[in-house]
Structure formats: C-alpha cells, structure tokens
Design a protein around this ligand. Structure first.
Ligand code: 5GP
Length: 191
C-alpha cells in the first residue's frame, strides 16, 4: 500500500512542512495500544471516537488492541475554516451506544484549549459510565485553558497549527499519512 507522505504540502493557499513522521506515529500508537491492552484486560472497553478528526488515529489504534472492545462515535462542530478556535462547541451527533456502567475510552485527535474535551467529558459522565479515560494523539499544553485529565497522550506539541493524519484545514488535508505544521519563516520549532 502506498501512503500519501510528501515532505511539504500546499493546502488552501498555505504551505505545511513535515512535523511528525509516519514511523514516529506508528511507534507511539503501538505503545499506547499495548498500554490499553494491559489496563483494560477483561473490561470490554468502548472507544468513543470524536469526529471528524480522530477517525484515522482511532482506526490505527484499535488495530493494536487485542482485547474485546467496542466502538461508537460522537461528533462536535470543528474550527470551521479557521486556524484558531471559535470558542464554541456544538454537538452534531450523539452516541448510539448505552454507556451506563461501561468502561469508556474517549479518542480525540488533538486537545488544544481543552474546551471540546471538557464538554465531551461532561456529556459522557452524565450517562454514569463505570470509568472514563481520554486518549489523544496530540496535546498542546501551552494552549490549555480548561483543566482536563489526559490519560494517554501520543505527542505533546507547541501551540502551532497542525494538519494531516485526520486533522484538517478547512476540511482538506485529513488524508495525509503524517502530521504537518504550518510553515513560518520565524518558526524553527521541532519536536
Ligand atoms: P479545543 O476545544 O481543545 O480548543 O480544540 C479541540 C479541537 O480543535 C480539535 O478536536 C480539532 O478539531 C481542533 N484543533 C485544535 N488545534 C488544531 C490544530 O492545530 N489543527 C487542526 N487541524 N485542528 C485543531
């Protein structure tokens, strides 16, 4: 299979450069998958993917999980076409599954201010699950405004706008197989 892995990419008039490679992503997902296998043996967890951004991460993560598990989806409004948060969250799709008494693992693409995650946690906890943990592909600790506990974090990154591996810019770029960062002349940030 050939994945879409350019070194730089133009998306909606902006140039993005490679930030986190496919190999780095695979390694961390493998590690987190093994941790979940150990932490949730005999618990039949239900993964809740937060649409749209988490769909690739969730699909790859679940294929490293070897214990019995289920999946469902929750959809929130996104940034729209902007690179900064609108500061508002709207629920576009609720869960179909009953999660009362279940062990829930919320799967998010990125936690930026924490607003979306604090909203999701409130919604999920209202259904009385047995436990709730959060796994996120990316976390921007510098942007945190809401106090949310993140249980599994694949990568902590600076407060920069990233694209690819499920994350979009005005709905484009989700199909990139690696993570890219907006190119800026004064920015030499690296992981
Ligand atoms: P928060 O509510 O934590 O501020 O933002 C979470 C949501 O904002 C993510 O699920 C994602 O949709 C979007 N987001 C935050 N930072 C980025 C980013 O750097 N790139 C992209 N494409 N989306 C982001």
């Amino acid at each position: 299979m050939s994945f879409y892995t350019p070194d730089t990419v133009d998306c909606n008039g902006e140039t993005f450069k490679l930030f986190i490679s496919k190999e780095q992503i695979e390694q961390r997902i493998n590690e987190i998958g093994q941790q979940i296998n150990a932490d949730y043996a005999d618990k039949m967890p239900i993964f809740i993917g937060v649409l749209n951004g988490s769909f690739i991460f969730l699909a790859d993560l679940m294929r490293h999980v070897s214990i019995p598990c289920e999946v469902d989806f929750f959809k929130l409004s996104s940034y729209g076409d902007e690179k900064v948060s609108s500061g508002k969250v709207t629920k576009l799709k609720d869960l179909d599954a009953q999660i009362e008494g279940r062990h829930v693992i919320i799967v998010e693409d990125i936690v930026d201010t924490g607003l979306s995650m604090s909203y999701i946690l409130k919604q999920i906890k209202a259904s009385s699950p047995a436990s709730v943990k959060v796994v996120t592909l990316l976390h921007k600790p510098g942007a945190g405004k809401y106090d949310v506990k993140l249980d599994y974090v694949a990568f902590e990154i600076p407060t920069l706008f990233v694209l690819g591996y499920g994350l979009d810019y005005a709905q484009e770029g989700r199909n990139l197989a690696q993570i890219y960062v907006l190119e800026s002349k004064s920015d030499d940030s690296k992981l």
